[in-house]
Design a protein around this ligand. Structure first.
Ligand SMILES: [Zn+2]
Length: 271
């Protein structure tokens, strides 16, 4: 599943090239997770102003309205010169005078949704519940800590839920908690401000490095130039059950939290 770093890498790979483009046509394939919400022809003639990201959504700002794109479980975007016919798994083509933006999505959990503005109920439904943006300026320690204080669940679960801070997927949550020295089962509301500060820094560090290296190791991830994601996260704990902790050599432990695997060092990560 494309995670926040992959989505950000995708954004960076085509944002500059599509900015200013005029839409020539919109072609839909098989139904995606949600309907487009407007007639494809309504978009013809509009201009793409730029591409932003909010959580795992890409927001294509148009001169009138915006498109919200989500890659779902298996989606990938390419922005390339037009000419290659759509394949079986290509379900959204946005042809512009600067190139063709194409959503390839074999499992079709992805979506492209039109909204008149971000205040539109359609956009609010998708974006309104999202937590703080981990790579943005709004991700402040105090706000993060205040969010954690509201939650009694295990910190790992709270990170994955995405309503305090968005986009910290399973691998990134395990790694950030290791860096911060926090046991994944620790109740979120019991994390002190100093520990929240460490976790805040760790989340930015882990996600920031992933973006820099070009996204994590998803087999079917490819960015808008069609290149495979090449980032091999040098995991400290993730996927290393039974192997020595890289810091203290105690065997890394594995536990299940809400069906997801969590890896941690029982010595380096305190409850
Ligand atoms: Zn350790």
């Amino acid at each position: 599943m494309p995670e926040l770093p992959e989505v950000e890498v995708t954004r960076r790979s085509f944002a500059d090239r599509i900015a200013g483009a005029r839409i020539a046509s919109v072609t839909l394939g098989k139904p995606l997770r949600w309907p487009l919400g407007c007639a494809p022809d309504d978009l013809v003639g509009r201009r793409v102003l730029g591409v932003r990201r909010r959580g795992k959504y890409l927001l294509l700002d148009l001169d009138e309205g915006l498109l919200l794109l989500h890659l779902g479980m298996s989606g990938s975007l390419t922005f390339a010169p037009a000419g290659v016919p759509a394949g079986t798994h290509d379900h959204f083509d946005l042809l512009t005078n600067q190139g063709l933006l194409r959503l390839h999505d074999p499992r079709r959990f992805g979506a492209v949704v039109y909204a008149a503005s971000e205040a539109d109920p359609v956009a609010r439904k998708l974006l309104g519940h999202l937590g703080l943006e981990p790579l943005g300026d709004t991700f402040q320690v105090d706000a993060f800590h205040a969010g954690l204080k509201q939650r009694r669940s295990a910190i790992k679960q709270v990170l994955l839920a995405g309503d305090v801070v968005v986009g910290v997927g399973n691998i990134y949550a395990s790694e950030a908690l290791f860096l911060a020295g926090i046991r994944p089962t620790t109740r979120a509301d019991r994390i002190s401000l100093p520990r929240a500060r460490l976790l805040h820094a760790a989340i930015r560090d882990v996600l920031g490095r992933a973006v820099e290296k070009g996204g994590s190791t998803l087999r079917d991830f490819s960015n808008a130039q069609g290149e495979s994601g090449y980032f091999q996260l040098e995991a400290a704990v993730y996927g290393r059950a039974g192997l020595p902790c890289r810091r203290c050599e105690t065997p890394v432990r594995l536990l299940k939290q809400g069906q997801r695997s969590t890896f941690f060092c029982p010595v380096c990560q305190r409850p």
